[in-house]
Design a protein around this ligand. Sequence first.
Ligand code: C5P
Length: 224
Amino acid sequence: MKRRENIITVAIDSPAAAGAGTQAKYIAEEYNLLYLDTGKIYRFIGLQKLRNKKISYRYIKLKVDKIKLKDLDNKLLLSDDVATSASKIAKNKIIRKIVKNFQLKCAYCPPTKFSGSVLDGRDITSNIMKDAMFKFYITADIKIRAKRRFLEYKKLKKIVSYNEVLKSLKNRDYLDKNRKLNPLKKTKDSILINTSKLSKKSCFKKIKSIIDEKLKVNGNLQRS
Ligand code: C5P
């Protein structure tokens, strides 16, 4: 794979429901970057696995290689069952390798209409985009994350209690932080952003000032 040169690369890791997706979308819009929510690929595979426990790696690879970003907008991917299934299959070495190839293409070869890429997930700063220009670890208090996710589900008319959401997030945090392969962790070179007490806009203001500062120093504000 030939990497595009002189592009802006932003890597974000976060536990579930910490607000990373919202910030990644703002960043993508502000700097004209391709945005990939990498959790959606694991959810996509998690959904296939829920439908058919016996699907082969060959089938999964074929499906993932053919994914179009709009396929990841599927509302079926948003359920808690799919999220838990995603967390389970995400422990698997072969699946992580299949997903890695897809992520690398998006990260380093985004279509030329974009000035770069922003990816969020669990192993983006530590594994997929170790050399990203910007690395962030976005987190928030577990109870605040559970409340936010609960309200999202309510909006989608999903019937689930706050306590169920809290329990499920705790379970996923545990699985994601304690697995052997590419666990969620804050790398030393990632900037910590705690969104517990910040509004979406003030959080973005903080991130934008960090990005702008560095782009100004490097003299490469590459917005189109
Ligand atoms: O981000 P989201 O909650 O949609 O991710 C679903 C699951 O996919 C996570 O709980 C995690 O187990 C897995 N995942 C991962 N590596 C990533 C992104 C997501 O293991 N880069």
